[in-house]
Write a new protein. Structure first.
Lengths: 466, 448
């Protein structure tokens, strides 16, 4: 079998973009003045401005990471750090400007809402333009808004948790986000409340050279359950864009949080995201993490298992086509006894694409009776494709059961042959095998996401067989 | 021949000058170039160098270690008795830390045309062969390799000519240096096409707790279809700083097998590299490591697949007790063009005490697509159930632990191809496990 990479001749599926209708944007580049302007424009309390300025200092001080992906293409001076596209929040779908609605229509958001979504909060550039949540959830005390609104309307609650999971000096990009963050989601689920339909938000980058720095804070109070879904697609642009989000999750005692994300940024975006969750006693955290787009992604969803019997799951899938580098993975830090974690990663490299699994399992001395398992598999489709696995583990307690396994292989000729002998052509056969390879990931997705992912995969696979 | 100890220790310009004076021109040049590289290089740092992140040598002061003197009579006898117990039929090469090398029991090999001699002597008499032996070791490739390139002495050189199956194994004993002294063990082996050899390399020293430094390089060149069985045993004194690089370059269809036991030293940083150059070359690496007290044992392995149809397999089993720390870093690197490469690496850890720790990074970097590669890591402990089961049968706790560890190591040690050596290794490992245990029955543990 000859498998050869071809450039996708088709335009990027979501590569349309609208005329820029922004009403407020800061100058290009970053400085204390830009940060102050953002804070001022948002009419934030003084402590937040202080937090932002402190974070900016950390950002300036920290060197660029010297490991992982090649980040030399980022020019921090050539990025707009804040753009506000519309004057006020759209109250209902009809109030959203036509051009923005068209964009979302093409992504199918209203249709999705009609079905079963609890709330839609779609980020267009930096501010959430549309937001709604079903009345019954509001009555239960569930808060689901953009992060700015969260700060404005629930300052005390917000302040108690904000920046506690990911401190502003955690890493260079978390520091940048802390300085210029805007939008993102704020979720609070009160004690014992079970939100059994997923909360959902879409994020998009629209303006040229626009960095997007959304900030998400999810607080699940004792015994609650919530599933949060974030999907990303971005239009293609000639200049590189930067996306540096921060996501913080706190699962209080007995809470269960599932966070699902599929990123499909256009292939000029640097996607450098810090995602971390804290699981207290008996809490469960699940990261379902798909990486299909972007030029470079560096993203390692982490779980700190702080309370006894806490459980963490990371299920991730990555696809790297020509010129893409998906450097993704996970971290599970076992701090408390009787904690468990499970990581499953699947990645596919095609053409000159490169996928890297980079993970860390750590068991601290006091964490007895820990069980941790990591399984990562990679599939290489072409001769120039590359796959790396960097699984770090540090075990400081003897009472642990830890297992890690990884495999790298190509699509088996016998599998292709088998399918061909049943009348399926080679292109379809490869697509079937790829779909099957991602199956553990796909089956955890809500239906329309699974459908969308399969569509995206099929698109990515087009022209892959020579 | 003892060297004058200087205030700065043996790692200094004067030592280099003495070595250069005693070397043929090509080697003198190599030593000087290595020294220049070494002098220009910072020591590895756990905050700067990725593969040193978990091994901190900030407390290593090179100037503390003087030139090594003649080994003590008891140490020579110890080395001889290990050879006599484990593999009496093998030729014995005794390498003193002072550069003194004696070869015994090698007549049959010499009659075959096999070269077994001191490396210094071989560098004079067989420069081409020795240069071939050194060709896989970069002059300034790393801090400790550069140091070794500049300062090694004595050493062993073995050459097996084409088509020759060495009639007897070779047992190399590298004797540890004395208190606060440094040694630079050197072993070079060149196997021509279709040649084969079995080798034991025993790093041995007394049990006394004085600090020592050991910087070693062992290099193998395997020609087409050559076979090498390599049995390295590291049982250096308990306060030794040991840095070693062991590398096998494998030609077409060559097969390298390593059966190792790591038992000694206070801190070890060992690089085990297999370079699969030739089409169809293969490497199997099986090793056990038992660490206790405050030992910090670091193994770094590389399985570099350069040629097509190459295969490698590595299994490292570590048991750590007390406050011992095991660090493992492994890389399977499949280069473009190494199609049909098959690489596997497994690191298993058994933690026997609260306070023992294990960390590891078994990495894969795959740049060719038609490959099959995998790795596995596990960390576990002795089940209370296993202990209970054995104790219920009247086996005291310490013996139970020993049995479990022995069972855990068995699938590696059982593969050692020479029966008497296998038995000896089992006894060696048993004795190490027994050290801390004490054994015997306590009054309240007496079986019914």
């Amino acid at each position: 079998m000859t498998v050869q990479a071809h450039e996708l001749t088709k335009d990027y599926k979501f590569g349309f973009h609208d005329v820029d209708v922004s009403v407020f944007r800061t100058e290009k580049g970053i400085s204390p003045e830009v940060v102050a302007a953002i804070s001022d424009h948002k009419q934030e309390p003084a402590w937040m401005l202080k937090f932002r300025l402190k974070a900016l200092e950390h950002f300036f001080k920290r060197p660029m990471p010297n490991w992982g992906a090649d980040l030399s293409g980022i020019n921090f001076d050539n990025i707009y750090y804040y753009i506000k596209p519309v004057d006020e929040m759209g109250r209902s779908w009809d109030d959203v400007p036509d051009s923005i609605r068209n964009t979302f229509d093409r992504l199918g958001i209203p249709a999705a809402e009609q079905k079963f979504l609890a709330g839609v909060s779609a980020q267009y550039d930096s501010e959430v333009v549309y937001h709604s949540i079903r009345d019954d959830l509001s009555k239960l005390g569930v808060l689901f808004s953009d992060c700015d609104t969260g700060l404005r309307e629930h300052e005390e609650l917000f302040k108690r948790y904000f920046g506690t999971v990911i401190p502003p000096n955690d890493n260079k990009f978390a520091a940048l986000n802390s300085a210029v963050w805007s939008g993102g989601s704020f979720v609070y689920v009160p004690k014992g409340v079970r939100v059994d339909i997923p909360l959902q938000a879409y994020f998009r980058i629209n303006s040229d050279n626009m960095g997007q720095f959304e900030r998400t804070l999810i607080i699940a109070d004792e015994g609650s359950y919530v599933h949060y879904i974030e999907g990303c697609t971005a239009p293609t642009y000639s200049n590189d864009s930067l996306h540096a989000a921060v996501v913080e999750i706190i699962a209080e005692k007995g809470a269960h949080v599932r966070y699902t994300t599929i990123q499909n940024w256009s292939d000029n975006v640097y996607n450098l995201v810090t995602k971390r969750a804290i699981a207290k006693e008996d809490a469960t955290i699940e990261w379902i993490d798909g990486n299909l787009g972007s030029k470079v992604t560096m993203k390692y969803p982490s779980i700190y298992l702080m309370g006894e019997r806490a459980h963490g799951e990371v299920l991730s899938a990555a696809f790297a086509g020509n010129g893409q580098h998906q450097d993704a993975g996970s971290k599970c830090i076992h701090v408390a006894p009787n904690t468990t974690s499970n990581v499953v990663s699947r990645s596919i490299s095609k053409g000159t694409g490169r996928t890297s699994y980079r993970g860390h399992i750590r068991v601290l001395p006091k964490a007895t009776n820990v069980k941790a398992n990591v399984r990562c598999d990679a599939l290489l489709l072409d001769e120039e494709s590359r796959s790396d696995t960097y699984p770090y583990m540090d075990i400081e307690n003897p009472d642990v059961t830890f297992g890690h396994e990884a495999s790298v292989s190509k699509v088996g000729e016998d599998q292709i042959f088998y399918l061909q002998s049943r009348g399926i052509d080679e292109v379809q056969a490869t697509a079937l095998i790829v779909n099957g390879f991602f199956e553990p990931f796909v089956k955890e997705l809500p239906m329309e996401y699974a459908v969308e992912l399969n569509r995206l995969l099929a698109l990515s696979m087009e022209g892959s067989i020579g | 021949m003892a060297e004058a100890a200087t205030a700065t220790g043996v790692v200094c310009r004067e030592t280099l000058d003495a070595r250069v004076a005693g070397s043929p021109a090509w080697l003198a040049d190599r030593r000087t170039a290595a020294w220049d590289a070494f002098s220009a290089m910072p020591a590895p740092s756990s905050s700067r160098d990725e593969d040193w992140r978990r091994t901190d040598i900030a407390k290593l002061h090179l100037d503390r270690f003087a030139a090594a003197g003649t080994p003590a009579r008891e140490l020579v006898e110890l080395a001889q008795s290990r050879h006599a117990t484990a593999l009496p039929g093998a030729a014995l090469v005794l390498c003193g830390p002072d550069g003194g090398v004696t070869v015994e029991n090698a007549e049959s090999l010499l009659a075959q045309g096999v070269i077994v001699s001191s490396l210094e002597e071989a560098a004079e008499r067989h420069p081409d062969l020795v240069q071939r032996g050194l060709s896989g070791i970069g002059i300034g490739e790393s801090y400790f390799v550069a140091m070794w390139n500049a300062l090694w002495r004595g050493g062993v050189f073995i050459h097996v000519p084409a088509g020759m199956q060495a009639v007897a194994p070779v047992w190399i004993a590298h004797l540890a240096a004395g208190d606060e002294q440094a040694s630079f063990p050197a072993t070079l082996v060149v196997l021509d096409d279709h040649a084969s050899l079995t080798l034991v390399e025993d790093l041995v020293g007394p049990a006394d707790p004085a600090p020592r430094l050991s910087v070693a390089v062992t290099a193998f060149q395997l020609g087409e279809d050559a076979r090498l069985d390599d049995i390295p045993v590291q049982q250096l004194p308990p306060e030794t700083w040991h840095f070693s690089t062991r590398r096998a370059n494998c030609g077409t269809s060559a097969h390298y097998r390593l059966f190792g036991a790591t038992l000694g030293a206070r801190l070890q940083k060992a690089y085990w590299d297999v370079i699969l150059e030739g089409r169809g070359s293969e490497a199997d690496v099986f090793a056990v490591c038992f660490a206790d007290a405050h030992q910090h044992i670091d193994h770094q392995s590389l399985q570099l697949h350069r040629g097509p149809d190459t295969r490698s397999n590595l299994l490292l089993k570590v048991a750590a007790r007390d406050h011992a720390q095991s660090v493992y870093g492994g890389l399977i690197d499949v280069l473009p063009g190494a199609i049909h490469a098959d690489g596997y690496v497994v690191n298993r850890n058994l933690l026997l005490s609260q306070g023992a720790s294990a960390s590891g990074v078994p990495r894969l970097e795959i740049k060719a697509n038609d490959v099959r590669c995998g790795h596995g890591t596990t960390v576990g402990h002795v089940d209370d159930e296993e202990r209970f089961y054995l104790m219920a049968r009247g086996i005291p706790a310490d013996d139970a632990e020993r049995l479990v560890v022995r069972g855990y190591f068995a699938d590696v040690l059982d593969r050692v191809p020479l029966e008497t050596t296998r038995e000896w290794l089992l006894a060696l490992v048993d004795a190490e496990i027994g050290d801390g245990g004490g054994g015997g029955l306590d009054a309240d543990e007496v079986a019914p």
